[in-house]
Design a binder for this molecule. Sequence first.
Ligand code: ADP
Ligand code: ZN
Ligand code: ZN
Length: 810
Amino acid sequence: MIARVIVDVPVNRTNRPFDYRVPDWLVPLMKIGSRVVVPFGPRKLQGYVIGVEETAEDRVLEKLRDVEQVLDDQPPLSDELIRLGEWMSRQYLCPWVTALQAMIPAVLKGRSEKWLFASEQLGVEECGRSSLLWDLFRRKKMPLAEVEKGYAEEAMLVPGWIASGLLYTSYQVTDRVTRKQQSFVRSTLSDEELAEAIASLPARAEQMRRVLALLAGLHGQSLSVKMLQEELGITRSPLKSLEAKGWVVIEQQEVYRDPYAHRRFAGETKPAFTAQQERVLQAIEEPIQKQEYGSFLLHGVTGSGKTEVYLEAIEKTLAKGREAIFLVPEIALTPQMVEKFKARFGDEVAVLHSALSQGERYDEWRKIIRKEVRVVVGARSAVFAPFQNVGLIVIDEEHESTYKQEETPRYHAREVAIWRAKENHAVLLMGSATPALETYALAERGRYTLLSMPERVGNRPLPTVHVVDMREELRAENRSMFSRQLHEMIGERLAKQEQMVMFLNRRGFSTFVMCRSCGYTLRCVHCDISLTYHRTNHTARCHYCGYTIKQPAHCPECQSEHIRFFGTGTQKVEEELAKLYPGIRVIRMDVDTTSRKGAHEELLRKFRTGQGDVLLGTQMIAKGLDFPRVTLVGVITADTSLFLPDFRAAEKTFQLLTQVGGRAGRHELKGDVVVQTYTPEHYSIRHATQHDYPSFYREEMLQRRRTGYPPYFRLVLITFSHEEVPVVVKAAHTMADTLRPRLAETTILLGPVASPIARVKDRFRFQIMLKYRDESRLPDLLAQATAAFEEWNKQHKVLMTIDVDPYVLL
Ligand code: ADP
Ligand code: ZN
Ligand code: ZN
């Protein structure tokens, strides 16, 4: 047998499968999608099996080296995911192996210890004459390293035993909170023997008798020791005595670390659908039933009931015996969403997101591999959920930039979802109140079916938006960060005991430190950006590399004392609120208050249960939250994101304002939104306050056409970095010179120029930008140019990253 293996050397030269011979003893475990250890030159490397050939001529086999180990009992990758990896490798110009690595949980990539476990099927008879099986039968598990050392002759038989289901392997992940192993107790006696045993106990052994009686009722099934102790109100000692007699066994069993284990979810009843929900559901019904590819953009205003549509679509998909993937931007930010899913689909749901510990992620992922769940709710990487029969992929808030991964492989979850939906003959449903321009443009051209829900559920009005021109405030001598109107409305809400959300647009706006006398700003000595002021410990810190200094008392340049931080932080707003409204209860959500695990949910819970008047925060609070008692949303600074060197600045501002505005008046109480701005005339602010996506879309499309940006042009950003300027310049020019003569005439190559952030962590950065309309040859061209570049780069060690359809242009 021959295995074709993608080895873990992420460079172009090795970006193809290599053949290995599979020794007979590993044949039972050899499956496509498994990880293996193979010799590669002088090294031993991990790799992924992407194909096997059952037979091969001896003459071929003789030339090959042997696979040394198979690391999985159940392959973590399916055939589909392997092919997806190949596609990503071409599409995003990354090594195939890097794409595959992105699909599996970190635990499988780390150095976690692997253990061998006895399965339920391993009984006395199966053990036969194997001392390893006997020991495993007794101990239940053993580190694999110990097996290899202590049972050398039998180690070769292990793959066969795994393949036949007697044994399995698993990783021992030690999270800080280890809840994975629990003690369970069961009786080894038959019913009659138990009765005899109970009768034989002395009168004072009351507790032991009660334990046995309880276990008798379980007929050999095990019960968690903790539960048993709670149930009977006993200590552990009677159990120990029973164990010593050999009547019961206490064993460690694996339990999933369910992050939601201690929460109860109320069963939810379905509402009767609104007319527009019905229409949308009808439209997607056919491809779901026929199991055909279909792609839909659901453009629904905030509060139009998109979530119900998603849930219903998932239910229909499950009814067809298929599986569903539900993507959300940052699942940690919407615990309400998870609750909805758990309420509706119970144990059928796995949740994957970045706030989980490695072990928790691994557990959730294994539920999918073991086919214990049929729905996955998760952030970006959940699009790789190893389901075998995907019938539906939903992307909520499809315009969100977190769907784009900003490290290799630089994929976009939407594109991966389209690929998987086509491959699986599944339905892709993308929803947003503010679709990405690229998506809406494709929907207009018929690539996706456009569905719309222009009304809020129950015809609740969209909130009234009041635009306040902050320049007028200044003219009226109001120097506070609150306009007179907002100030007044906050007072009214406090009097009526209604809740408020105050939103600070911090994108591109940080609290930098500047000297008022000479204009000097504190900058990072390693990177080309200003330091950000942190009030809690009076330090200034670089967001790129972590460089931190104490806030100086005097300007390093002119010695003036008037050096302070600029910009409005959440802490400052909080202080100002406290000053203006003594006794006001503010719940502040920002990176400082939410860094601890679970803090986020806790703050939201406090707000929901009325323990705060104001929820104050940044981008973090703009999305997906639904609080019935919120009747006022204040946007303290609307336009700080407008002037970033980013062609999406207007779009992001529009999205942000629409999302925040959508937080108000979603229930019985009517809502107001106050938007404070220095540029009320800007079209993104004007249209956002009118809730007018189509007008914004048209105006922004004109801008994009004029400036030659997506969706009219597509972009590729190639960035180079090195410690020495001449080297990085040479690298960029080498690549540009290789590319230029091969590009189509309509493709524009911009640069090489210094990147907007010209230095990060002492490395200088240069870039090339390609703008193209339709260049099907581009991936191949770039691959060739990259190969040539790698050749040149052998002596130079310049870091080059290629970003296809980039989001971050800095
Ligand atoms: P969106 O995701 O479009 O912003 P949601 O799905 O959050 O909107 O729905 C807004 C509110 O309307 C939620 O409180 C939801 O429970 C409620 N809702 C949705 N559909 C219905 C319906 N058919 N009947 C009654 N209430 C509904
Ligand atoms: Zn100064
Ligand atoms: Zn820095």
